[in-house]
Write a protein that binds this ligand. Structure first.
Ligand SMILES: [Zn+2]
Length: 224
């Protein structure tokens, strides 16, 4: 079987998390979300984890080289020998090149970069409609999954609030950062003929079918 070395790209609220979960099940791939991996490395107090922690404690960004080494530790593990799914890394062209060089040294390469797209207005609609209950963090959506009584949790009667992260102005800022960082990255993968685009405004099941079909084809092509 060909390796499936995949990168997942897309704005917040486009359904990346849901699709990642399904891909992991479909193709039995380990899923590496950069934030989680960094936190885990810090917690395990590995040499790299301690190094990363020093930057984080100073409030500095962890340098590309350190992040890449943390990621490559996972990529080199037995569970990832047939492939992996990366989310949140690379974020910049510099990181992308660091990753490509590291893979090349191992005689491996990326299979594809999967981009799940959604227009800004749709992302804002999805994220800013979220509500969470103050008592047990039950989730609702004013449009797609409203509570029976406005502003009140169905399950425990507590108050529903909007998280700061989901406020429209915050979502807009996150989107600005996303576009600024991701545009060059998308161009980079497009140039390498690795980019595959998916319409994140479609129902999750449909998006999943498209991604699964595309990835299955990539695996077939790789075996030829
Ligand atoms: Zn609740």
């Amino acid at each position: 079987m060909g390796e499936l070395n995949l990168i997942l790209l897309g704005p917040p609220g486009a359904g990346k998390g849901t699709q990642a979960q399904r891909l992991v099940e479909d193709f039995d791939l380990p899923y590496y979300a950069t934030g989680d991996i960094l936190r885990a490395a810090v917690k395990e107090e590995s040499e790299l984890g301690r190094e990363a922690k020093e930057y984080m404690e100073r409030g500095d960004l962890v340098p590309d080289v350190v992040i890449c080494r943390v990621i490559m530790e996972r990529v080199d593990s037995k569970e990832a020998e047939d492939g992996f799914l990366l989310d949140g890394f690379p974020r910049t062209n510099g990181q992308a090149e660091t990753l490509e060089e590291a893979l090349e040294r191992r005689g491996r390469r990326l299979t594809a970069a999967l981009l799940i797209e959604a227009p800004d207005e749709e992302v804002i609609r999805r994220l800013s409609g979220r509500r969470i209950c103050v008592k047990n963090q039950h989730l609702y959506h004013v449009e797609f999954d409203p509570p029976k009584r406005e502003g009140v949790c169905d399950q425990d009667g507590s108050r529903l609030i909007q998280r700061d992260d989901d406020k429209p102005e915050t979502v807009r800022k996150r989107l600005d950062v996303y576009h600024e960082q991701t545009k060059p990255l998308v161009a980079h993968y497009e140039q390498m003929a690795l980019l595959r685009r998916f319409d994140g405004t479609r129902p999750a099941t449909e998006v999943h079918d498209h991604i699964r079909a595309a990835v299955a084809t990539l695996r077939l092509e790789d075996e030829l």
